[in-house]
Design a protein around this ligand. Sequence first.
Ligand code: XIL
Length: 370
Amino acid sequence: MKKRVFTTRTLILSVSVICFVTAILLLSSFGGTENENNSVQQDQAKGLKDYYKDFFPIGVAVSPTNIEGEQGELIKKQFNSLTPENVMKPALIHPEENKYNWEPADKIVAFAQANGMKVRGHTLCWHTQTGAWMTKDAQGNQISKEIAFARLKEHITTVVSHFKGKVYAWDVLNEIISDSASTTKIYRETAPWYKICGDEFIPKIYQWAHEADPNAILFYNDYNTENPVKREKIYNMLKKLLAQGVPIQGIGLQAHWRLDDPNEQQIKESIDRFASLGLKVQFTELDVTTLGNRSDTTKTYTPEKEMKQTEFYKMAFKVFREKKSAITGVTFWNISDRGSWLDRGGRKAYPLLFDANLQPKKAYWGVVNF
Ligand code: XIL
């Protein structure tokens, strides 16, 4: 009898303990699920700009149609800076001598303002996407240096004034440095403005831009800036301009990169070299093509390309974070693999962080999980 009472009590006690422990476990597991849901929801609400809020703005190059519909929604979630991909370039915004086409650029600027985004202006002076009328006379002959200066001054003053207070930074001059491996061939001598004016127009265009909007941050923008020869040519030109008191405050490193080029060391060296001149450094046109040379006929985004690209992006953003005191912006050139300027002749480059369905790729998670 005694034994039986003992057994019943033990049983009741055991069942109570089991119930208690189960209740605690259930409660804590419900709590955990809720927390996990919260953090998943938070992560889903977060965009690149949020992950990088303590580092630098994250931008994207866009056309006026990109900012509509689902792409517009993606832009709002992910980015806090915009660069018009084409519509501020001379040929598009100033197609004829007495005609400016403001509407497409105004549309992008209005979208940026409505959504609290910065706008980078691109670009005031370039050897391409510039109307033929600008550097030729009515007979099609090359204009004189005096007329070239007058046209550049009028163009720059009008465009910078139009966007004064709305565009915070300008790529005043784009790609004037030669890609030649020769250290004595400094400038892109085939550039129409260079042919007419030599390098004399360079300090002037910065001065005119500065006079039109003294608050705008003025950049020199170029590609292949991790190539040591080209980098030094750019460095020397900027050093000379700064010594002359030319108003130039930033260097735009375009960052049209490949899976195996440049390497971490080269990226760091470029940042340090230009920052040593007291310039703000921005990566202005970032993309990482997965296309190799012409013999690479792959049309798909292979797992190997995906892996290499993810590693490359992780490396690049690790460097950007480490060098955040020098870097004031990182802008992607196009939104997603749905359409990149690098897609050509049926070959797709898959160079961005979002796929053709606008979904984040592995490279995206590599960039935001740090
Ligand atoms: C590219 C645009 O993305 C293309 O749509 C256009 O056809 C050509 O120009 N360096 C620059 C950018 O500074 O303006 C270029 O943009 C890409 C290379």
